[in-house]
Design a protein around this ligand. Structure first.
Ligand code: FNR
Length: 381
């Protein structure tokens, strides 16, 4: 279909399914095991109903907001995904350019296909904001080098992924073959590729994970809360933990001086039966408030997983999130239509959010409040 005939993020998904090579489709679309968490991520939004106000003068609606000090067109960012070359030969650069055009933030993955230099050079304006997603390497000298490298090139937020102590079993993908060879070959020139190579032989002997594959063997399962102190000593970038799945850990992150958390179950790709982020969002916000924290001011709470509509963004903001991330939708949009597809996807999200705000009777992101969403059925599966 022509791009004008794409009406929403789901359309990109069905087109991607029909055009992508099988291995790419299964890599992107798979979730862990029975995919209960993956489906629940979006389905949970269906249990939240809106409470619109009318006659509120919504002739001017402003979707802009500020995320970690950066003004953006809407409270949505492109989350980090690995193996983007399977979607498009220009991989992360497509996302960089489209994010620049639509003025949203792109989170660059550790396992990028393009080099960091290539991604930075793809920025369409000099000060285009970007964040970085970090997988913590068993070899901390590698991690330190990556962190300092990304800080030096002006990255504005360090998102440490904490939900990958081992790689979840995405059985659909495994059934459709590959894994080690693909991760090695198509992972391309990962940011620390050269550094990693030099320590590979040492590492292969010391791998003890029973479920190890390429990623499982580089990511450190011994990561603990005390490491936050070390991260704070090597960087001035705000540190956000990506993959928080219960309120106690959000509070811990706050107490340890992180700038925020991303409530996420990795798009349902890690622990099956991890709760959907939107479902735990209210209790996370309540718990933070009990600690004397003012979420949205002192500490940012983001969510990702199953964001497919402008109303999903609205609901997340209403329940206390500062912003939301998208994973698969941008992969599908870039696989189908390259730059224009991702631009269109972002435009659709913004249009939908804008329309939702108008019909809800609010003119700005700050006006979106918790009483606008009925959460009575949220826990009612
Ligand atoms: C991911 N995600 C991810 N997260 C991360 O921290 N590092 C990574 O390398 C990847 N890689 C990755 C690959 C693919 C194919 C997917 C689908 C996801 C998780 C991602 O950042 C985000 O948390 C989820 O994708 C959000 O869920 P949705 O929007 O895909 O439902």
């Amino acid at each position: 279909p022509r791009l004008e005939e794409v009406y929403n993020s789901f359309d990109f998904e069905s087109i991607a399914r029909s055009i992508l090579k099988k291995d790419a489709w299964y890599y992107f679309s798979s979730g862990a095991q029975d995919e209960i968490s993956m489906r629940e991520n979006h389905n949970a939004f269906h249990r939240l109903w809106l409470r619109p106000r009318v006659m509120m003068d919504v002739s001017q609606v402003d979707t802009t907001t500020t995320l970690l000090g950066t003004k953006v067109s809407m409270p949505l960012y492109i989350s980090a995904t690995a193996m983007n070359k399977m979607a498009h030969p220009d991989a992360e650069k497509v996302l960089t350019r489209a994010a620049g055009v639509r003025n949203v933030i792109q989170m660059i993955p550790t396992l990028s296909a393009c080099s960091l230099e290539e991604i930075v050079n793809a920025r369409i304006h000099k000060n285009q904001p970007q964040w970085f997603q970090l997988y913590v390497d068993k070899d901390r000298t590698i991690t330190k080098r990556i962190v300092q490298q990304v800080e030096a090139i002006g990255i504005r937020g360090l998102f440490i992924t904490v939900d990958l102590a081992t790689v979840g079993r995405r059985e659909k993908y495994l059934q459709h073959k590959l894994i080690n060879s693909q991760l090695q070959n198509d992972g391309g020139q990962r940011i620390s590729h050269r550094e990693r190579k030099s320590t590979n032989s040492k590492r292969s002997n010391s791998t003890t994970s029973s479920n190890s594959n390429q990623r499982g063997s580089i990511i450190d399962p011994s990561l603990t809360w005390t490491d936050i102190t070390w991260f704070k000593s090597i960087t001035k970038m705000p540190i956000i933990l990506k993959g928080i799945q219960r309120w106690e850990d959000a509070v811990e992150a706050y107490k340890r001086g992180c700038a925020g958390v991303v409530l996420s179950n990795h798009g349902g790709r890690q622990l099956d039966f991890a709760p959907s982020p939107i479902e735990i969002l209210p209790e996370v916000i309540d718990a933070l408030k009990r600690e004397g924290c003012d979420p949205k001011k002192d500490f940012d709470v983001y969510i990702d997983g199953g964001i497919r509509r402008g109303s999903d963004i609205f609901k997340a903001i209403a329940l206390g999130a500062k912003g939301v991330g998208i994973g698969r939708p941008s992969l599908y949009a870039m696989a189908c239509y390259g730059d224009q597809g991702v631009e269109r996807l972002l435009e659709l999200f913004q249009n939908e959010l804008c329309m939702c705000m108008q019909l809800m009777g609010v003119s700005s992101i700050e006006e979106i409040k918790s009483d606008m969403v009925d959460i009575r059925n949220l826990k009612d599966h």
